[in-house]
Design a binder for this molecule. Structure first.
Ligand code: FAD
Length: 406
């Protein structure tokens, strides 16, 4: 009985295996990422040199990201949350959460590309069958190619099932037409997973009738860049003009893509929240260092409560966000969809990160605003995280619905 209870109890212990992964990730970042960044030098340090005039990343930076992705995959980190039979390591959601948070706690930069993000394989791609496994899934897990997930359009974002992009059957082929925007990694992806309506809402219902197509880079037209301030060069429009695709490009069953994506919604929110918690940890550390070092009126500014309480409050709120992230990951490991928990965590973690980013800019005074420091970059990133993977309002709608007040 005692052993049984022990087994079922929740553990906040990182565990030896996960600790080893986190330590070796530190080593990897030091030995493999830092030299790549050093080699880029000013091209990476100066955001003006990092981008072309239209915002796109310069080729050296694209190459550097590819190098990091490939090395991380070779070392077994990149998509370690996916099953072993497709090249992953099958680590638990709790371990994946800790790894994502740990990497983010090193700050914003090239380390972001060590663990698979929106450009990498997601469980949606696990629907791959037959030749798709060898052609798309396995190379994506191995970091040899990158992908993108295309749902948002000029006419809809939060209301995603209401999409205009559509595909019709013509003989053995599908004909795809439409436009997507804000698609992360679109300018560099080898293939894109595109959501399109294949059966009208009146027949299939709001969430039915949507199919995911695999579209290769030379089959679509890249539209304008969508440059989000603080993340320039990563998002763009995609245009589909009578793109003809065989049955072998349907990912999963036709008309079921939206349900498949909903199944994995919580993972996206877990990953993004983990990054927010890690970045916030990093910022608090930087804030504490500066508060102890910088003097005003004859004493370190950390001696003023106006400063120390900002950092203490941030620490308390981020501690709670971290606990919520672990709880979510644990629920997911138990096989729960954890819809409400993922909304709570995503909302909490990104808002806490945003407030901490703002406070840490303030702690640094003028230096906080300087482009030579990363603090305003964090403020931009934090702002972005409150919009992507479901806006603040969409998360609150989900929580309210679970509460029975909407
Ligand atoms: C940096 C970045 C990366 C992105 N990457 C991708 C990607 O890889 N793939 C992809 O498909 N998309 C991507 N997106 C798009 C992103 O998912 C959408 O921007 C987001 O879903 C919001 O949609 P929208 O911009 O159309 O805003 P809208 O849906 O038009 O919302 C506008 C405002 O209205 C609010 N609102 C809307 N509906 C409701 C409601 N029912 N109740 C209360 N408030 C509501 C919203 O919360 C928001 O404040 C990315 C966006 C950005 C900025």
């Amino acid at each position: 009985m005692a052993t049984e209870n022990k087994k079922r109890s929740v553990s906040f212990d990182t565990g030896e295996e996960t600790r080893l992964i986190l330590d070796s990730l530190d080593e990897f970042m030091e030995q493999e990422v830092e030299p790549v960044r050093d080699e880029l030098g000013e091209t990476w340090e100066n955001p003006r040199l990092r981008h072309e005039d239209d915002g796109r990343l310069v080729p050296e930076v694209v190459d550097a990201i590819e190098t990091i992705r490939k090395k991380s995959a070779d070392a077994g980190y990149y998509a370690m949350n996916l099953p072993e039979d497709v090249g992953g390591e099958d680590v638990s959601n709790v371990t994946w959460y800790r790894a994502k948070k740990h990497v983010a706690s090193h700050g914003v930069g090239l380390t972001e590309y060590v663990l698979a993000g929106p450009e990498g394989p997601k469980p949606l791609l696990m629907q791959a069958e037959g030749d798709q496994v060898e052609k798309y899934l396995e190379p994506a897990v191995a970091g040899e190619v990158s992908t993108a997930f295309a749902q948002t359009e000029p006419g809809q974002g939060s209301d995603s099932p209401n999409m205009d992009t559509h595909a019709e059957k013509d003989g053995d082929e599908w004909v795809l037409n439409g436009q997507k925007q804000w698609i992360t990694n679109a300018p560099y992806a080898d293939f894109v997973q595109v959501f399109a309506r294949t059966t009208p809402q009146e027949e299939a219902g709001r969430y039915g009738g949507i199919t995911c197509f695999i579209v290769e880079a030379d089959e679509f037209e890249l539209g304008s860049m969508n440059n989000a301030v603080g993340l320039e060069g990563m998002q763009a429009e995609l245009l589909f003009d009578d793109v003809r695709l065989g049955e072998d490009r349907v990912l999963g069953q036709p008309d079921t893509a939206f349900y498949n994506a909903m199944d994995f919604l919580s993972l996206g929110r877990l990953e993004l929240g983990a990054e927010a918690v890690g970045y916030a940890e990093h910022l608090i550390e930087k804030g504490v260092e500066y508060a102890n070092d910088r003097e005003a009126f004859g004493r370190p500014i950390g001696k003023f409560q106006g400063i120390s309480h900002k950092l203490a409050e941030g620490r308390a709120r981020n501690y709670a966000a971290d606990a919520a992230g672990l709880k979510l990951a644990w629920e997911m490991d138990r096989g729960e969809q954890a819809i409400e928990e993922s909304s709570i965590f995503k909302y909490l973690a990104t808002n806490v990160y945003f407030d901490i980013a703002d406070d840490v800019v303030q702690v640094h005074g003028g230096n906080g605003l300087s482009e030579d420091n990363p603090f305003m970059d964090h403020l931009h990133v934090a702002r972005i995280l409150r919009v992507v993977e479901g806006t603040d309002e969409i998360q609150l709608n989900t929580i309210a619905k679970q509460l029975g007040v909407s």
